[in-house]
Design a binder for this molecule. Sequence first.
Ligand SMILES: Nc1ncnc2c1ncn2[C@@H]1O[C@H](COP(=O)(O)OP(=O)(O)OP(=O)(O)O)[C@@H](O)[C@H]1O
Ligand SMILES: [Mg+2]
Length: 432
Amino acid sequence: MIPAILRFIVLICFVLLVSFAVLYQWGVGWAIVTSVLLLSIPLFYSYMNLARLGRQIQLDALETMALPSGLWEEVFFKLQRLVKNLKQRIRIIEQQHEHFIEAFQASPNGIVMLDENDQIEWCNSIAEDFFGLNFKRDVLQRINFLIRRPEFFQYLNKRSFEEPLLLERMGADSSLSLMVQAFPFGNQRNLLLVQNVTDLQKADSMRRDFVANVSHEMRTPITVLMGFLETLQTLDLEKGQRDQYFDMMMSQAKRMKSLVEDLLTLANLEANSLPAPMNMINTETLMALLRNDAEALSQGKHSFKFEVIDKESLLGDEREILSAFSNLVSNAIRYTPDAGEIDVRWNINSQGQGEFSVRDTGPGIASEHLARLTERFYRVDRSRSRDTGGTGLGLAIVKHIAGRHQAQLLVESMPGKGSTFTLRFPKERLSS
Ligand SMILES: Nc1ncnc2c1ncn2[C@@H]1O[C@H](COP(=O)(O)OP(=O)(O)OP(=O)(O)O)[C@@H](O)[C@H]1O
Ligand SMILES: [Mg+2]
């Protein structure tokens, strides 16, 4: 490549030579005209190239423009290479940026980037949902103007972020518990990580309730037992009275035993997340067993109807199915006053699903209790249920057994009109 200065010297020499030749032939005037004309040719060429460059820059088409010849070719070529390299680097940076954003968006946690004034620089969509933010609208707004909670305000102001902060009753319907922690980075900026701990909090409070309930349920029979034991120790009772005390102690001990047995059954069911086996259960034999138990429990106080409308067998775990069915039947007996009617039936419904239902003419259950019946220890009428020996675990066990058999527990009830408890099994759990 010829250096530019050499080209320039060659050009000037050429113009001078031609101008002298013209001067010699036609005089000064023509020599001046010739030199101006000769000099204006590269000037015009440069002007045209500059104008083309301006146009291409405006169209952002520098990389694709055709290269001119001569000195400008080199300039344009270097310019094109520079622009190509710069654009390539920008593309790489943009891709990396997009990957970061995608990774942050994929996070199950809320992420908010705050600048040195606690203004939102960026947040992911989970954080938008948690705090009701809208990134486009709220960008560069101070976060404590948007999350108006005194404890959050204090947390940010204190500037010691070793411990996370628990924010309760958050979200659109105030149902979320969020764990928030700030992590300082860069120049006095903070990354806010937000974790949804609603389920953990619920599990924690359920565990606390459960321990409180078990202790409460055990305390009553233990206190009664201890009372009788003290009496027996201190007083010299007659045989008849002593036997009566022993009977009462036995009934309290039985109550504790049944509570512990129910708790163990529940624990076993909960520990086993696999579907129940597909053993063939003959529904007619099952109904006969249920009938015997029901009549023994009722002692002639209720009238029963046991019907097997369809002969299809059920596929499941016989012990579990018997336990679930007899829980429903024993509830009907225990909560239906004397002379009440209890209908127990097995049939296939119009959708081909198997239904085991227990209908009684008992007191019925008000609608506000229906959704909570299967909670552990939930009883509609605590005192009445305790009189009947209930601990409130029966329906929780039924629900678990239903889950293991892909069945649904349906309850229809109206106060004063009786209740119908139905277990609905899918077609796959039936065999003809
Ligand atoms: N057929 C029914 N009629 C009226 N109320 C019922 C009936 N079945 C259940 N209930 C109500 O639902 C509550 C929960 O029933 P569940 O079987 O879970 O517990 P329980 O009968 O009190 O005790 P457990 O079955 O553990 O001995 C009962 O306490 C009772 O108030
Ligand atoms: Mg029960």
